[in-house]
Design a protein around this ligand. Structure first.
Ligand code: ZN
Length: 290
């Protein structure tokens, strides 16, 4: 049957209207699907995230920063910036930070001791520190706090570090490309594979810290830096910069010379990670888990 032209136009118009309506309905369904709550696997993974744990008014740990003003100026600069840096991290009273130039008699109250520029030289303080560490104490040491040579006369401290003494250094202080060696350790897992550390003096050690099976090197000076130095030039070799001696609850970071060490977010993150990790390893339990 041949429909009149006007009837054909009418049917086509109805079809167009229905077509548009169906398209609109489909469009709305798609939109609504996007707004629905997470379901299935997505919902499971979202609900698996633990809620935040607020410390409230209860500090999670007690730290001591031990430093000296009787050191070279560049080390003093670093110490005073370190005091500011770690003080800022206590905001909201998440932890207590005491700052001292003498080691207190009772170190047992401290979960961690931060040493930005020097290790104890006084015989009584050395004994106190050794006893503290051997009883499960925590240590975050920077730069000159790990310095020891044949004249230091503290064998225990050398063994505590991993058995090495100072060999040589780069000079003048300058930035250095770092290789982050561990992608899984809590101190480095959120760092990039490489970063440029702000200007510092970097030490090389003998024997190589890596020769001690208890030592785990986390960051080292990248080979691409060599030859490095304008006055004292270092041509290569292994240059561990951050490591832990697993025989103790400790970490050593060789950064710490001058007033630029806290100017880089990546390195600052490394410092926070180091503090947090040492504290989290307490044998009485991880205070961030309560
Ligand atoms: Zn130095």
């Amino acid at each position: 049957m041949i429909l009149p032209v006007s009837k054909c136009l009418h049917i086509r118009k109805n079809c167009d209207i229905w077509g548009m309506t169906i398209r609109k309905i489909l469009f709305i369904i798609v939109l609504l699907a996007g707004c629905l709550p997470l379901s299935g696997q997505e919902f499971t993974s979202a609900s698996a995230v633990r809620p935040a744990s607020y410390a409230g008014n209860q500090p999670r740990f007690h730290a001591l920063l031990y430093y000296s003003d009787q050191v070279e100026e560049a080390h003093r600069e670093f110490s005073h910036q370190a005091i500011d840096f770690f003080k800022k991290l206590t905001v909201g009273d998440g932890f207590v930070l005491d700052v001292e130039t003498r080691l207190p008699e009772d170190l047992s109250v401290y979960d961690v001791i931060i040493m930005p520029d020097v290790a104890p030289g006084d015989p009584a303080e050395r004994v106190r520190f050794q006893q503290y560490m051997e009883n499960g104490g925590g240590w975050v040491g920077f730069h000159a706090a790990g310095y020891n040579d044949l004249s230091t006369g503290w064998t225990w401290f050398r063994d505590f570090l991993g058995g090495m003494r100072f060999l040589c250094n780069t000079w003048p202080p300058q930035p250095g490309l770092m290789d982050v060696e561990s992608r899984t350790h809590p101190v480095t897992k959120n760092l990039p594979e490489h970063f440029v550390a702000p200007s510092s003096e970097f030490y090389q050690w003998t024997p190589d810290p890596r020769s001690n099976p208890s030592v785990e090197v986390l960051v080292s000076l990248a080979p691409e830096n060599f030859p490095m130095g304008l006055k004292d030039v270092v041509f290569g070799g292994d240059f561990p910069i951050v490591w832990t001696n697993r025989a103790y609850r400790m970490i050593y970071l060789n950064m710490g010379h001058g007033d630029e060490c806290f100017s880089d977010a990546t390195q600052n993150l490394l410092f926070v990670n180091a503090l947090r990790w040492v504290v989290s390893q307490k044998k009485e339990g991880d205070p961030f888990e309560r």
